[in-house]
Design a protein. Structure first.
Lengths: 725, 212
């Protein structure tokens, strides 16, 4: 919808002040290609200009950190000479415009980030948020996004092992598609993007460059979405077959030591890759745009910012150029020397023999203006007036209905569409608290989960930030893994409006507090702002991707009740209906998170797992204790007889959320050993029943409620298929 | 010791896990590159692993079936050598005419990734490790075009899906061999069921057919 009356810089997404700053920095007016490059590199998506100061609050260091934030992905030392690269990234706006390609290229992009570190991708996860499935639009967006993730992930041979999804009206126009990738590499061979060695060659390899994805980072990802169909050309199109060849080829070259530096081409294409490589390396780069292999005739500005997928840029010593090109040819990939590393700091691009770009690379990569965001606190949360909520006449029926809610029910409909096994390393499959993936060539395994407490983040963002981190940590602890690193994707509405900026700052502060207490660094991340439409804004959704480490892959723990007469134990206490799945609304005051107690509970579960005491473990999350117990029963095909403390409403006891709780089971003979572990901990440990029978029977004071495992499974399994029918 | 050539096309995904499964049984795995005209020296048996060979452009397995290495594999099979095609490898063998029939889109119209029980339908081939007819093998299925279509009388159905036929194969066929029994194809992934850590070792009975 561009109009010639609007100045070019505004059509590109730059403010008048930013446009005025550019000639000051350059000492002259920018060329058109330069202005386009500035508009992309200074977009929120590339520069984090509204979030950078806040992100400094995260802990990012630790003894295992080989690479923290600032590179294509973070890297963690996991022992045995191995390292793991991890990162999560959003592809929200493209997915809202074209869900299949948007989600597919989101997967492709994050996989290339992991490849750029020299790592072999071994697992993918997806954190998804869509509007209520009662909406035809949301059903369409959701099913097409799942199809796109499956199409890309299945074809490149990286298993999609986990993630989560929630449905809420607040995502009706602005869905969230966050993709996380994890890769493994030799600890001594971490590749980086910093270019070095004047005279070295700059080689572009992979797909040809076309007109797709022009302006994706600025037009799409850094502004609110309207109903403008014209944005569709800004969505990229993926080719997973080429991605797989790119992966095989890149790893072959990385193993051969052929790269001085490696970088993928993502948002803002060649502009972003080249300026970051030069700026990080403290060198200049000269690029001859006439040498870039094109799919169609393009202007120099289009070549510089095209977001055509499946492309990589590397720096290679002159003596190894032939080897790099030959290996690319072996994989049927284009590879072309498009320029060279130079002394100095300038990024120079020529087209048709003329210099069209000549500026210090850091102006693009590092010198975007940084803005504070308004800090207008939202009103303090008001506790739910529980007396106004009718108590269910049929508690078992309410339990069954909750198990059948799309936010609670089985995720089988999703994960059976994803190859979650390729590579033969998936020790614990989707459907549990966290996926467990064996590290090839090691006895160790990693546990992976994503999570977020978005309703809490709306009502009480600092508390919600804590809860998001601790919930993800409980997921990996429940399989017996110790959390060692995290990656985050901060999905928020427009930070310049209302209390969003304050919520962003508060959520980050809460996350940082919980991460510090867990001694878990953030090693990579992504910020996605402007997730709102004219109708509404999303819930603040700071997704946490957590990685845990298991010393022994064969010691992981599942959530299934495994044997009759095992003792069921509740770790932690509390739980409220405020903002719960049972309530079904973002209303009330979520239970305050006691970080010290919740971290102690997490540590207890890990130590119990390491001691071989746990027959099962499951964290208590959406739907409360009732849902956690039912999921363990469904997974194990056996029930339990339980007694829960009374003193509160039955529905609050059964469906309340919060308190950092776990349900574990242990052999009767192991109870004393377990109790010895809990001595002196600030954690409530309560024996609540025994496993056995074909029903869950719960006694709360005078109330006795029972649900057969078969009924529970039926409701749980039907949730998504019926909502999508 | 048996040497098994594991074929690698552009877009192969399961070559490493297939090689690991072969070596776990005491055989040696070597790579056979798609652009070569001959199998590696000393090849005793051939495994065509799963993946999306050549992006599965045109039709699944269609381009791979016309690749250079397939001529050598056809000669190896004609001489009585053993050939096992898994998932995309099965599709390649059907496209190459080394096995009858074709693989159609799943009846679910979606990709399906699920652990399934396979019932031994013919105990007389090398591909079921001596398990009797009716024995069950737990092996994962993961594909989008896995419904075998053809005339079962032209081949030897070796494995059938037990407890349902979600992909919609003719006679619930999961794997078939040629009448001689030396060439076998199946959609399920036995190479991902050769390790107790992954939940099943039943795949060893199938992969074991490659060994002398």
């Amino acid at each position: 919808m561009s109009s010639e009356a609007v100045p070019l810089h505004r059509r590109l997404g730059l403010t008048d002040d930013e446009a005025a700053l550019i000639p000051e920095l350059l000492g002259r007016e920018p060329t058109d290609p330069e202005l386009v490059m500035f508009s992309l590199m200074w977009s929120e998506h590339c520069s984090y200009k509204h979030s950078k100061p806040l992100l400094r609050g995260f802990p990012t260091t630790g003894p295992r950190v080989l690479q923290g934030p600032g590179e294509n992905a973070g890297v963690i030392d996991v022992g045995d000479g191995l390292a793991v690269a991890l990162k999560i990234e959003s592809h929200n706006h493209p997915s809202a415009v074209e869900p299949f390609e948007g989600a597919a290229t989101g997967v492709g992009g994050i996989v290339r980030d992991i490849m750029a570190m020299g790592a072999r991708p071994i697992a993918l996860l997806d954190s998804l948020r869509f509007g209520s499935l009662e909406s035809a639009r949301s059903r369409h967006l959701f099913t097409r996004a799942v199809a796109g993730i499956g199409h890309y992930g299945n074809c490149i041979g990286v298993p999609t092992v986990g993630g989560e999804v929630a449905f809420d009206d607040r995502y009706e126009e602005s869905c969230l598609v966050n993709a996380m990738c994890v890769g493994v590499l030799p600890a001594g061979r971490v590749l980086r993007a910093a270019a070095s060695g004047p005279g070295n060659a700059l080689v572009l390899y992979g797909n040809r460059t076309g007109r797709d994805g022009i302006g994706g980072a600025s037009v799409l990802a850094s502004a609110e979405l309207d109903d403008d169909e014209d944005k569709r050309p800004s969505v990229q199109v993926g080719d997973p077959f080429t991605e797989r060849k790119l992966m095989d080829c890149s790893l072959e070259l990385a193993d051969a030591g052929a790269f001085v530096a490696l970088q993928d081409l993502g948002a803002a294409g060649l502009t972003s890759s080249a300026s970051e490589m030069a700026s990080k390396g403290g060198v200049g780069l000269e690029i001859d745009l006439d040498l870039v292999p094109l799919r169609e005739s393009l202007t120099p500005a289009e070549i510089l910012v095209s977001e055509s997928q499946e492309r990589m840029l590397c720096v290679v010593e002159p003596g190894r150029v032939d080897e790099v090109i030959a290996t690319c040819r072996k994989w049927d990939l284009d590879a072309t020397v498009i320029g060279r590393v130079t002394e100095g700091d300038r990024l120079v691009a020529r087209f048709g023999g003329e210099v069209v770009v000549d500026l210090p690379a850091r102006l693009l990569a590092d010198d975007a203006p940084v803005y504070g965001v308004p800090q207008d606190p939202a009103p303090a949360p008001v506790p739910l007036a529980i007396d106004g909520i009718p108590q269910p006449a049929d508690l078992a029926g309410a339990w069954r209905d909750l198990l059948g809610h799309p936010n609670v029910g089985s995720r089988r409909w999703i994960y059976e569409r994803y190859d979650h096994l390729v590579g033969a390393n998936t020790v614990r499959r989707p459907g549990g608290d966290a996926a467990v993936v064996r590290l090839p060539g090691s006895a160790r395994a990693i546990a992976l989960a994503t999570d977020c407490a978005e309703r809490w983040c709306e009502l009480d963002p600092r508390n919600g930030g804590r809860a998001s981190v601790l919930e993800a940590a409980r997921n990996v602890a429940a399989v017996g893994a110790r959390p060692v690193a995290a990656t985050d994707c901060l999905n928020f509405p427009n930070p310049e409006k209302g209390s969003t900026g304050w919520r962003l700052a508060e959520a980050i502060a809460g996350m940082a507090e919980a991460l510090t207490a867990l001694e878990v660094p953030i090693v990579s991340g992504n910020v996605s702002l402007y997730n709102e439409s004219a109708q509404r804004a999303i819930l603040p959704t700071p997704v946490v991707g957590m990685m845990g480490l298991l010393e022994r892959a064969d010691r992981s723990v599942g959530q299934a009740f495994v044997a009759d007469d095992d003792v069921v134990i509740l770790i932690g206490e509390g739980g409220r209906l405020d903002a719960s799945e049972y309530l079904g609304r973002t209303e009330g005051a979520p239970e305050p998170v006691d970080v010290r107690r919740e971290v102690a509970a997490i540590d207890l579960v890990i130590r119990a797992a390491e001691a071989g005491l746990l027959r099962s473990a499951h964290d208590v999350a959406g739907g409360g204790l009732g849902v956690a117990l039912a999921e363990s029963a469904i997974a194990g095909g056996r029930g339990a007889r339980l007694t829960l403390a009374s003193g509160r409403r039955d529905d609050e006891v059964l469906f309340g959320e919060g308190g950092g709780r776990f349900v574990i089971t242990v052999r009767p003979d192991d109870i004393e050993v377990l109790m010895a572990l809990t001595a002196d901990l600030p954690v409530a440990v309560t024996r609540i029943g025994v496993v056995g029978g074909d029903a869950l029977t719960v006694t709360i004071g005078d109330t006795r409620v029972s649900l057969t495992v078969a009924e529970a499974r039926d409701a749980h399994e039907r949730a998504l298929p019926e909502a999508l029918a | 010791m048996t040497t098994v050539a594991v074929v690698r096309f552009p877009g192969s995904l399961d070559h490493d896990s297939a090689a690991r499964a072969v070596e776990g049984l005491g055989a040696t795995a070597v790579e056979a590159w798609h652009a070569d005209d001959a199998l590696p020296a000393g090849t005793d048996a051939v495994l065509i692993p799963g993946g999306f060979s050549y992006g599965d452009h045109l039709r699944c397995g269609a381009i791979a079936s016309r690749s250079h290495i397939m001529g050598a594999i056809a000669r190896h099979a004609a001489e009585g050598g053993r050939v096992l095609g898994i998932c995309n490898g099965f599709q390649v063998l059907c496209e190459a005419g080394l096995l009858p029939g074709a693989l159609r889109r799943n009846a679910t119209l979606s990709f399906v990734c699920r652990q399934m029980n396979l019932e031994v339908a013919d105990a007389g081939t090398p591909w079921t490790g001596g398990r009797p007819e009716g024995a069950l093998l737990s092996v994962p299925v993961k594909n989008n075009e896995g419904a075998w279509y053809g005339d079962p009388a032209t081949a030897r159905p070796v494995l059938r899906y037990a407890g349902g036929n979600p992909l919609g194969s003719v006679e619930a066929i999961a794997g078939i061999a040629n009448t001689e029994g030396n060439v076998m194809g199946l959609m399920p992934h036995p190479e991902e069921a050769c390790d107790p850590l992954l939940g099943s070792t039943d795949g060893e009975a199938i992969i074991g057919g490659l060994l002398r």
